[in-house]
Design a protein around this ligand. Structure first.
Ligand code: 2RA
Length: 329
């Protein structure tokens, strides 16, 4: 059953004090929904030399014991940061990341600006962590739906090969930022509705084409057919996805359950829900069953905290992976 390739069983635990000593980390976009979770996780994981950066409007804001600094090209290129974690939109990343690289910082960018760039590793540590060391100053964090999708697909790819992927997303307000979360809190319940608040990329939403291109890049299957339908649901935090995957060789649901239960970063649950996934590091996977519309098909459902593993945590794990390799060298 196993085809040789194996997903990357790299540690996702925090690095030890010795490994992270003296690493100066800048969090750019620190006042946004992902930036705040990034700061919280860095603190929880014991990183101490952390500075917060944001736009002119947010400069001076107090976040715990940090005062937010303005993310100017001068500040980011000053040469006093070893790592920069960017959670700003793609246009701001395109403008600011090169300055931080110039200043000598390793940049992990969470926007779509560099994800498909030649020579930019697009990394999910549990899936293709070995690619992280191939960077030239910039690494990209995949989209918050592509990360858990790749984590679920990689063990199936390794075991039986993938023929095609269909996915429907149920994305929370948190994916659209803290203002969207506040709008949802303020909205009367009977006005809640589904939304599709992304831009078009031809006939698809750009979120849908990103999921295809990123999944193909992460899994190193450039011709894998991937079709996505993305929807924003009135849920505060946590993205869920329904997946229909056709495999090259048949795989019984029970075998899939065993494979996914052993895969790093995944946790089996009978009914994965965004609410249950919120605050967790793992992706919750369940409803694993035969897809009767395909010759060798599986259907399943998963949910993940889009602010943590879908964004902030994945980026920190990339940094910790590189710190660990540096310490081991
Ligand atoms: C969303 N993928 O949920 C995005 C996160 N920026 O809309």
């Amino acid at each position: 059953m196993f085809r040789g390739r194996s997903t990357c069983h790299l540690y996702t635990q925090p690095v030890s004090v010795a490994e992270r000593e003296d690493v100066r980390i800048g969090v750019v976009g620190a006042t946004g929904a992902v930036g705040r979770v990034t700061l919280e996780l860095l603190r929880e994981r014991g990183h101490e030399l952390v500075r917060a950066f944001a736009s002119t409007r947010s400069a001076g804001t107090r976040l715990g014991d940090l005062i937010v600094e303005e993310a100017t090209p001068e500040a980011l290129s000053a040469g006093d940061l070893d790592v920069c974690l960017f959670s700003v939109g793609a246009p701001a990343s395109r403008e600011l990341v090169p300055h931080a690289v110039r200043g000598g910082a390793l940049c992990i960018d969470k926007s779509s600006a560099f994800r498909l760039g030649e020579g930019v590793p697009l990394v999910v540590p549990e899936v293709n962590g070995e690619r992280a060391s191939e960077h030239s100053g910039i690494l990209a964090n995949p989209n918050c739906c592509s990360i858990p999708l790749a984590m679920v697909l990689a063990p199936l790819r390794d075991a039986v090969g993938l023929r095609s992927v269909r996915v429907a997303t149920y994305q929370s307000a948190a994916g659209a930022g803290s203002q969207a979360m506040q709008r949802l809190r303020d909205e009367p319940v009977d006005e809640h509705d589904l939304r599709m608040d992304w831009d078009f990329d031809g006939v698809e939403l750009d979120e849908e084409s990103k999921i295809r291109a990123e999944t193909q890049k992460i899994l190193e299957l450039p011709d894998l057919p991937v079709s996505a339908t993305c929807v924003r649901v009135p849920v505060l935090v946590g993205h869920a996805e329904a997946l229909w995957v056709e495999t090259e060789e048949p795989l019984e649901p029970e075998q899939a359950r065993l494979l996914l239960g052993e895969a790093p970063g995944l946790r089996l649950e009978q009914f994965p829900s965004p609410r249950d996934a919120t605050g967790l590091d793992e992706v919750l996977v369940g409803r694993i069953r035969k897809d009767h519309s395909a010759e060798s098909g599986l259907a399943l459902f998963f949910a993940c905290d889009n602010l943590r593993k879908g964004a902030a945590l994945n980026a920190i794990q990339i940094v910790e992976l590189l710190l660990r390799s540096r310490a081991a060298a």
